[in-house]
Design a protein around this ligand. Structure first.
Ligand SMILES: Nc1ncnc2c1ncn2[C@@H]1O[C@H](COP(=O)(O)OP(=O)(O)OP(=O)(O)O)[C@@H](O)[C@H]1O
Ligand SMILES: O=C(O)[C@@H](O)C(=O)CO
Length: 425
C-alpha cells in the first residue's frame, strides 16, 4: 500500500469527519484508531486517517503520539501529511495545535506550513485570519463556552502564534482569489522571512481547491475537513489519485438494538437531545452522581436494558453552559470531564454486552473514550448522515459487526439522532 495522503486527526469525531470528506472527494479512505497494529488487515486505500485523542491532553504527549502516527504514515509512502484539527480551532494557549505542528514541521523539514480550519459546508470560514462560525466570530460563538477549551480569540494568527515556536503569517483572501501562483509566491515570501506557518483565508470551496493545489506540493498542512477537501481534489485533478465513486461501504445490515450516547454540551447537541425526547426514551445523567462513583452508570444501564427491545434509547450527560460551569466549580474541569467520559465508556460497554450493535456517540472526547473502551481498531466510511458525520462500519471490533456514528459536538441538524438511526441498519 502506497498512500497518496496521510492524516493525523486530534480526535475521533474529527477523524470520521475528515474520512467522510476524503471519501466523498473520491479517495479510498480508512480511519484507524491510533497507529494500526501490524496485523490489522487494511484494504487497498489512497488515504489513512489515524485518529488520536490528543486535542486536550498534555502537549508533550500530543507531540509524541502525533510523531508516531507520522512515522507510520510516511513509512507507508505518504509524501504529504495533514494534521487534522477542529474547524473551531479547539485548543488552549498551551497547545496542542502549535506544538504538534512545530514537531511535524521539524520532522519533515517543511519551510512554510499552510493552516486553515475553514470548512464552509459547516459554516466555518476564515477572513483576514479571523475564524467565523456561521455569522459570528469564533469568540462570540457557542465555542466561548466549550467545557474543555473555551475559545476567546477569533484571530487565528494570534492564537497560533501563542502556541507555536515559529512566527505565524497570513495569506489573505485577496491572494487566494488570485490563484495558486499568488499563494505560492506569498508563502515563499513568508518562508523567506523565516515565518514558518501561515493562516490562510478561505470562504468558499473554490478557495480550498486553490489552497489544496499549493498544499499538496508541500510535506505538511494543518487544517480541518476543508483542507482535506482541497487536498483530495488536488490529488484527483493532478492525476495522482484515480477518483473512486463514494458508494459508501455500508455493507450488510447489522440490525439489533440501537442506542445513542451524548457527552457533548454544544448548543447543537442540546437541541438534538431536546428533539429526540419526542421520539425515544431519554435518560439525563447526574454529573455529581457520576463523580461520586459507578452507581450512576449502573443506574443508566439498568434503565436502558429493558427498553432496548422497544427501540433506540438516548443517554446524555449534556448540560447547559451554566450547569457545566457549576459542576466544574465543584469538582474541577478536567476531573469532571474525565469522570463523565469514563462513565460513558462504562455505559457503552454495558450496552454492547447487552446486544447493541448500532451506536451513536455525540462529542469528540466522549467518542474517544467510548471507542477506546470498545477496542475498535478502525472504521470504513459509509453513507453521510449530515455534513461531517458518516455512518462508520467497525473493522476488527471485538464485538463483531457494528455500525457507529461519531458526531462532532456542533454538527448535524436538529433531528440528527433520528436521521442517523434511519441510515444505520
Ligand atoms: N454535564 C456536564 N458537565 C461538565 N462536563 C461535561 C458534562 N457533560 C459532558 N461533559 C464533558 O464535556 C466534554 C465534552 O467534550 P466532547 O469532545 O465530548 O464534546 P464536544 O467538544 O462538544 O465535541 P467535539 O469535540 O466533537 O466538538 C467531555 O469531557 C465531557 O465528559
Ligand atoms: O472539524 C470539526 O469541527 C470536527 O471534525 C471536529 O474535529 C470536532 O471535534
Amino acid at each position: 500500500m502506497t498512500l497518496a495522503l496521510g492524516c493525523i486527526a486530534d480526535d475521533y469525531t474529527g477523524a470520521s469527519d475528515l474520512a467522510n470528506t476524503l471519501t466523498r472527494a473520491g479517495l479510498r479512505t480508512v480511519q484507524t484508531i491510533g497507529v494500526p497494529a501490524d496485523d490489522l488487515a487494511l484494504p487497498e486505500v489512497d488515504a489513512v486517517v489515524v485518529s488520536l485523542k490528543s486535542r486536550s491532553i498534555e502537549a508533550g504527549l500530543a507531540v509524541s503520539r502525533s510523531r508516531a502516527a507520522e512515522t507510520w504514515l510516511r513509512g507507508r509512502g505518504a509524501r504529504h501529511v495533514l494534521f487534522k484539527i477542529c474547524s473551531t480551532f479547539d485548543s488552549t494557549d498551551a497547545g496542542n495545535i502549535g506544538p504538534v505542528m512545530d514537531a511535524l514541521r521539524a520532522d519533515c523539514g517543511e519551510a512554510g506550513v499552510l493552516v486553515t480550519p475553514a470548512f464552509p459546508e459547516t459554516g466555518r470560514t476564515v477572513y483576514q485570519g479571523n475564524l467565523f462560525v456561521a455569522a459570528v466570530p469564533l469568540n462570540e460563538s457557542p465555542l466561548k463556552d466549550h467545557p474543555l477549551n473555551p475559545m476567546h480569540d477569533s484571530n487565528l494568527v494570534r492564537v497560533l502564534a501563542r502556541q507555536s515556536k515559529t512566527q505565524v503569517g497570513l495569506v489573505d483572501l485577496a491572494t487566494v482569489t488570485r490563484g495558486a501562483d499568488a499563494v505560492r509566491a506569498r508563502l515563499a515570501e513568508l518562508s523567506g522571512k523565516g515565518i514558518g506557518a501561515a493562516i490562510i483565508d478561505a470562504v468558499f470551496d473554490r478557495d480550498l481547491e486553490t489552497i489544496g493545489l499549493v498544499a499538496a506540493e508541500h510535506r505538511l498542512s494543518v487544517g480541518a475537513s476543508g483542507m482535506g477537501l482541497g487536498l483530495a481534489r488536488a490529488l484527483v485533478s493532478t492525476g495522482k489519485v484515480k477518483s473512486t465513486a463514494a458508494g459508501g461501504k455500508a455493507g450488510a445490515a447489522v440490525g439489533g438494538p440501537a442506542a445513542c450516547l451524548a457527552g457533548s454540551c454544544s448548543q447543537a447537541t442540546l437541541q438534538q437531545i431536546a428533539r429526540a425526547e419526542a421520539v425515544m426514551p431519554v435518560l439525563h445523567l447526574d454529573p455529581d452522581r457520576i463523580f461520586a462513583g459507578r452507581e450512576e452508570s449502573e443506574r443508566a444501564l439498568a434503565w436502558a436494558k429493558p427498553r432496548l427491545t422497544g427501540g433506540p434509547v438516548l443517554i446524555a450527560s449534556s448540560a447547559t453552559p451554566e450547569a457545566v460551569a457549576a459542576v466544574q466549580a465543584r469538582h474541577g474541569r478536567d476531573a469532571v470531564g474525565h469522570a463523565i467520559e469514563q462513565a460513558m465508556a462504562d455505559i457503552a460497554e454495558g450496552l454492547v454486552q447487552a446486544g447493541v450493535r448500532r451506536l451513536i456517540v455525540a462529542g469528540g472526547e466522549t467518542s474517544g473514550a467510548v471507542v477506546d473502551r470498545l477496542r475498535i481498531p478502525g472504521f470504513l466510511v459509509g453513507v453521510e448522515i449530515a455534513a461531517g458525520v458518516p455512518v462508520l462500519r467497525a473493522v476488527g471490533a471485538e464485538a463483531g459487526d457494528m455500525v457507529l456514528a461519531l458526531k462532532s459536538g456542533n454538527f448535524g441538524g436538529p433531528e440528527f439522532f433520528s436521521d442517523a438511526l434511519r441510515l444505520m441498519r
